[in-house]
Design a binder for this molecule. Sequence first.
Ligand code: C5P
Length: 146
Amino acid sequence: MTESTTRHGAGPDRGTGAVVVVAAALLDRGRLLAARRSAPAELAGRWELPGGKVEPGERPEDALVRELREELGVEAETAERIPGEWPLKPGYVLRVWTARLLSGEPRPLEDHDELRWLARDELDTVDWLDQDRPAVAEAARRLPGV
Ligand code: C5P
């Protein structure tokens, strides 16, 4: 890979300087995976799409595959970028991809203390982080209707 493709989208976004946090709308058998954060204290108990920070030199999609391996113990692949970008704390932005499981059953290995597979009509049964809500709503459109 050339330097330019290796660096594309990696670490701090080259346009804005913001650190990119990637998260997955992991879809399997008509359900979306929700993960309950165990830390830090101000976020503990809230639910999110699993993911984490892109490291310098890393493609966002590769970062997401790595984070899902580390946090959930699964192999997954990204499918489709959910359009949009959402601000987190100052200097951080959230980007979301749909993803599918290749192998393994997700377990809360890191950062989370509970996981739930939610059908479309169950998505509002957990308290999502505010910044994840637009992407969750968009991911819901990819789930079978009720
Ligand atoms: O998981 P990690 O701590 O690396 O995430 C970095 C930041 O991104 C945290 O502030 C976390 O709250 C935020 N985040 C988020 N929504 C996600 C994943 C991470 O707001 N789905």
